[in-house]
Design a protein around this ligand. Structure first.
Ligand code: SIN
Length: 492
């Protein structure tokens, strides 16, 4: 049983128009702990009608929320931030219970998520417009930036406590209202955040949560004409489908999709720094992040040393139930994640890769997987082409910088890339040549609320975080005012 200091954070209902609803007769889905398989809650699944009700609540709430002075919206977002921080331990327990990540990592994610509310509480006050020098003396040209309206967000299971704030904070700061469909594996995090929104005083209808099936809730959010903006984080495959559906009503969209992140370790790198960076990037959340290292390329001169030291660090990672504070790697989210990691490993070995550490399911059973390193990876393996989204690190060998950059860019994805070098000229050369939206240099962790996050190519559209993130929720309006103060040039 999940024990919380404040058990009322554990909600199992829909949150619509500031009220908790358990519509009678709806089907329910169990939420389970991936570490134990234990059922944590049974959640009603929103129907199409429930989703429409939430969209209409967001529509009704929009005019008053948009009209609220930015300073007032800012105070409410700051209050939401403060409540998240004050409840970090309970929220971490909810997150670890439904997602599996170790408690210290869960706490880190919650504070990272809360930081988006703090950041955008400030940005709410800085949505500036523009004036443009007019072509005629009696005209004034003005550009307004106004909230787009009702927004829909569809969020993933890997960072529920960070990806929801990364979307909700800029949306609400801009003056938009939101309907959220959280991932079916991790709805309790979303509902706990909604409970805190309510306590913070966010008015009913401004933030609504409708857990449910993608084919029903997701479909309604993507096609409903009231929804003017759709923001999604998840796979490229689903992003493509949502983009096609949203095209019917010409919604503004932002998509944070899959990645296939390369890590390049050059001969001139500090190998110790590269090992720690690759470890942090690859094994964060058990390899289940869109920015996780997927392909590690080490240059010939340091290849053997890197593989040996990296494998040693990976072998030392402690695997177990995330509620044990000393654990560094929890279970994978579900059996499908294990099967994909196994498939990539089997394929790599069949094509000649050598297992250096790990090598399969963990003796703990369930969805635990051994953190694994394989050496001798080559370009035609599945691990080179597809995102594994699991704790398998393949190490490829390269000879020249040109070859490394070509191999790194040889993917349809363009979310994150990393490289390790002590050569300043190379930092600029390689940084500019890599076709990715986020680049870590001599580090495996780049995430920060004040920096823009997003991908190129099949990794998505738009940016989240930073001062740029709020633009995704704003419309530009140009006003041309004529006859404003006719200038009588002849009278001068
Ligand atoms: C993601 O994997 O989508 C998010 C990772 C991050 O924000 O660091």
């Amino acid at each position: 049983m999940l024990v919380l200091a404040d058990p009322t954070l554990l909600r199992n209902a829909l949150y619509i128009d500031g009220a908790w609803e358990r519509p009678p007769g709806t089907d329910e889905l169990p939420v389970t702990n991936p570490a134990t398989g234990a059922e944590l809650a049974r959640l009603p699944q929103a129907s199409r009608e429930d989703t429409i009700e939430a969209i209409e609540a967001a529509q009704s709430a929009f005019p008053a929320w948009a009209a609220l002075p930015a300073r007032e919206r800012s105070k409410l977002l700051k209050a939401w931030h403060d409540l998240i921080v004050a409840n970090v331990d309970d929220l971490a327990r909810i997150l670890t219970a439904e997602q599996g990540k170790p408690l210290p990592e869960a706490r880190g994610e919650i504070l990272y998520g809360a930081a988006f509310f703090e950041w955008y509480a400030e940005e709410a006050k800085r949505v500036y417009g523009e004036t443009i020098p007019a072509p005629k003396a009696d005209q004034r040209l003005i550009v307004l930036r106004q909230p787009i309206g009702v927004c829909a967000a569809i969020t993933p299971w890997n960072f529920p406590m960070a990806m929801i704030p990364r979307k909700a904070a800029p949306a609400l700061a801009a003056g938009c209202t939101m309907v959220l469909k959280p991932a079916s594996a991790t709805p309790l995090s979303a509902l706990a955040l909604a409970e805190l929104a309510d306590r913070a005083g966010i008015p009913g209808g401004v933030f609504n949560v409708v857990p449910g099936r993608a084919g029903i809730v997701g479909d309604e959010l993507a096609t409903n004409p009231i929804v003017r903006k759709l923001t999604f984080t998840g796979s490229t495959e689903v992003g493509r489908e949502l983009m096609a559906k949203a095209s019917g009503t010409i919604k503004k969209i932002s998509l944070e999709l899959g990645g296939n992140a390369p890590v390049l370790v050059f001969d001139d790198a500090d190998v110790g720094v590269a090992v720690q960076g690759a470890l942090a990037s690859k094994f964060r959340n058990m390899g289940q992040t869109c920015v996780c290292a997927n392909r590690i390329y080490a240059q010939a001169g340091i290849y053997d040393e890197f593989v040996e030291r990296f494998a040693e660090a990976v072998a030392a990672l402690k695997v177990g139930d995330g509620f044990d504070e000393s654990v560094q790697q929890g279970p994978l989210i579900d059996e499908a994640a294990v099967l994909k990691t196994e498939e990539h490993l089997r394929d790599a070995v069949a094509r000649g890769a050598r297992i250096v550490t790990g090598g399969g399911r963990h003796s703990l059973g369930g969805t635990y997987f051994q953190p694994t390193v394989v050496a001798g990876a080559i370009g035609d393996m599945l691990v080179a082409r597809e995102e594994t989204f699991g704790p398998l690190a393949p190490v490829f060998r390269f000879e020249t910088e040109e070859e490394a950059v070509r191999m790194a860019n040889d993917t349809e994805y363009g979310l994150a890339a990393y490289f390790f070098t002590r050569d300043n000229a190379r930092i600029w050369r390689v940084g500019e040549a890599l076709e990715f939206g986020v680049i870590g240099i001599n580090t495996g962790i780049t995430s920060f609320e004040g920096a823009p996050f997003g991908g190129l190519k099949a990794s998505g559209i738009g940016r989240e975080g930073s001062h740029l993130g709020i633009d995704e929720f704003l419309e530009i309006k140009y006003m041309c005012v004529a006859e404003i103060c006719p200038v009588k040039v002849s009278e001068k």
